[in-house]
Design a protein around this ligand. Structure first.
Ligand code: ADP
Ligand code: MG
Length: 414
């Protein structure tokens, strides 16, 4: 087993990693970190979601960055604001106590002047979405002439989301001599088109099978007529007492409806989609990360790339429009060596798509029957009993609760 020391990282950073619970490097980190510490060549790195790609590029970049510069030497581009905030937070965490490196994030939806001010204070690493970065360049608030390396994170997503023109314009402003790094979970024609447009004889590192889903995610599906879908969702959720996950929906309207209905059914739910203002989105994400919100109803765009630890389930209330998005959705669970379940609720005429997804992910999807009312009841009852059993009663004992419980529940007996 390789260690972070063997990869060539300095002891200060290893200490920080240790505190963050990073005891040993993931496969992509083992491959990418020594390469990047050593080489100025361009790199395409492919690895499944949740395998630690941020640290794979972030750590060597921090090592190569001299702190306290005015203009950035590293530019990291990623498709969404949530991802942008997350990468920034990760890098700031890794950089704690290391050369005073400043990492600034810029993305749409947040006030331009706040971002311009933080850039003015000096940024060594800028993390941003292509639209906003392009805007800041046009306003001359961001100067890229000192850029030594550019990271394209979730590169093919950026193209799918229509950022091609912004990318062209941004990369045009960066020095010819820079190093370009492309990180992605999926490999598609667009990845290779980026490589041929923007990269010079890139090295390719690929971990795991290309386009395969994360290893520790299992897949299940339920079949129901569309008009019964919400009821099916409720039953499935009732059978999962400690569910903590994301319910993916296809449209903003449907996302909102599902969230509203789940709230009415008593769940801690919020919705995340493009019509919700940035401030509210940030607050929702924070509460979701802390577990205050246990079910997030979200569109693909809003939830792309988000990294919340310990999610137990991903629920596809609708299958995504394109099969490729399924891998991105299911990769929100089973992160950092944890296991997770990706559930799809499909109409009878959609079972053919399940076959396609099985081929894509390279795993069999388990067919599950929607639990009956009685089964839900039994699961809830057992989970309640488990919870009771876990209470430490060593001091006072259970005894007198038994008679009380029996008398309170007597009327239920038929
Ligand atoms: P990816 O970009 O490949 O989808 P991330 O970089 O977002 O994955 O990492 C997924 C999760 O795994 C994050 O919560 C991260 O903190 C954690 N992680 C990454 N590398 C390690 C490691 N070596 N040991 C423990 N946890 C890690
Ligand atoms: Mg990532």
């Amino acid at each position: 087993m390789a260690t972070f020391e063997q990869l060539g990282l300095p002891s200060e950073i290893i200490k920080t990693l240790d505190q963050a619970g990073f005891t040993e490097p993931s496969s992509i980190q083992v491959r990418a970190i020594p390469f990047l510490l050593d080489s100025e060549a361009d790199l395409i790195a492919l690895a499944q979601t949740g395998t630690g790609k941020t640290a794979a590029f972030g750590l060597p970049i921090l090592c190569k960055t001299e702190g306290k510069g005015k203009e950035p030497t590293t530019l990291i581009l990623c498709p969404t604001r949530e991802l942008c905030m997350q990468i920034t937070k990760d890098l700031q965490g890794f950089a704690r106590g290391w050369k005073g490196i400043s990492v600034v994030s810029v993305y749409g939806g947040q006030s331009m002047s706040i971002q311009i001010n933080s850039l003015k204070k000096g940024a060594d690493i800028v993390v941003g979405t292509p639209g906003r970065i392009h805007d800041l360049i046009r306003r001359k608030a961001l100067v890229l002439k000192n850029v030594e390396r550019v990271v394209l994170d979730e590169a093919d997503e950026m193209l799918d989301m229509g950022f091609k023109e912004d990318l062209d314009a941004i990369l045009e402003q960066t020095p010819e001599t820079k190093q370009t790094l492309l990180f992605s979970a999926t490999i598609s024609k667009s990845v290779y088109s980026i490589a041929s447009d923007y990269m010079k004889e890139p090295e390719e590192i690929s971990v795991g099978e290309k386009n395969k889903g994360a290893d520790n995610v299992t897949h299940e599906y339920y079949v129901t007529a569309n008009q019964n879908k919400f009821e099916a969702l409720k039953r499935i959720l009732s059978s999962l007492p400690n569910v903590y996950g994301i319910v993916f929906c296809r449209t903003k309207k449907q996302t909102q409806e599902v969230a509203d209905n789940l709230q009415q059914a008593g769940y801690n739910t919020e919705s995340l989609h493009g019509d919700i203002s940035q401030n509210v989105r940030t607050s929702i994400m924070n509460r979701f990360k802390r577990g205050r919100i246990t079910l997030l109803a979200a569109t693909d765009v809003a939830a792309r790339g988000i990294d919340v630890n310990n999610l137990t389930h991903i629920i596809n209330y609708n299958l995504p429009d394109q099969n490729g998005l399924y891998t991105h959705r299911s990769g929100r669970t089973g992160r950092a060596q944890k296991s997770g379940i990706s559930i799809s609720i499909v109409a009878p005429n959609e079972t053919g798509r399940i076959k396609q997804l099985e081929n894509l992910v390279g795993k069999t999807f388990e067919y599950k029957k929607i639990p009956s009312g009685e089964e839900v009841m039994e699961i809830k009852f057992n989970s309640f009993l488990e919870e009771m059993k876990n209470i430490d009663t060593s001091e006072f004992g259970y005894d007198h609760y038994f008679s009380e419980a029996v008398s309170k529940l007597k009327h239920l007996k038929k």
